[in-house]
Design a protein around this ligand. Structure first.
Ligand code: PLP
Length: 206
């Protein structure tokens, strides 16, 4: 079942990166994906992420995809593969200092707000422009790309507009190689709009 769904996604996204979103899924369910070769998993809550990290094989690459509070950075920096949800300069500073202490360089994406809803996290494109100037000061954090979430349950044109918008920002930014957008509902549109990393959960597990 999981296998079938992933094959279906692969037909669309080909060899681009797929993050299997495992939030709210059991250890057994994650193992099902692990056994067929999946190693990249995404979680949106620190506590659940740590619990699963402890219980599952250590060759799994964990992705923090949800909003991250500064006081929780220290729990995930030692093992996290990629933080998708960097949305402020304060958080960049925190990740940088904790990474320095741990002697690691932490890979991150900056989350840009592209959706209309107030509930979606992320910084404005203007704030990102400003923050870019400060990045050379933070040598223990490596910003490799951008992440965005489109407005849920709107028509395809609106979704496409939001993804195109982020793609434009991505193209204008040098030194970035990852554009992470697209979930169960909208990964096909995201693919058309230049995404090269997808976060998909319910379509795979339901
Ligand atoms: C849950 C979640 C996803 C996956 O959503 P699905 O609709 O289950 O594919 C992707 N990104 C973030 C940030 C999430 O919290």
């Amino acid at each position: 079942m999981i296998n079938q769904r992933i094959k279906e996604i692969r037909k669309v996204i080909k060899n681009k990166k797929l993050i299997v979103v495992s939030k709210n899924r059991s250890i057994d369910e994650i193992y099902e994906a692990y056994r067929i070769g999946h190693r990249d998993f995404g979680e949106n809550r620190v506590q659940e992420l740590i619990k699963k990290y402890e219980q599952l094989p250590k060759d799994i690459k964990w992705h923090m995809i949800g909003h991250l509070q500064k006081n929780k950075v220290k729990y995930i920096v030692p093992f996290i593969h990629l933080i998708h949800s960097v949305d402020s300069l304060e958080l960049i500073r925190k990740i940088n200092s904790v990474s320095e202490k741990n002697n690691v360089k932490t890979k991150c994406l900056v989350q840009i707000k592209i959706a209309e809803e107030d509930s979606k996290f992320g910084m404005s494109p203007e704030d990102f422009e400003e923050i870019k100037k400060h990045l050379p000061n933070y040598q223990s954090i490596n910003i490799i790309g951008l992440m965005g979430m489109a407005t849920a349950n709107v028509n395809k044109n609106q979704t496409k507009k939001e993804f195109d918008f982020l793609h434009e920002i991505f193209k204008k930014s040098n030194n970035l190689n990852t554009l992470c957008m697209g979930m169960s509902q909208d990964y096909k549109i995201a693919n058309e709009c230049g995404s090269n990393m997808f976060r998909i959960g319910s379509f795979i597990f339901n």
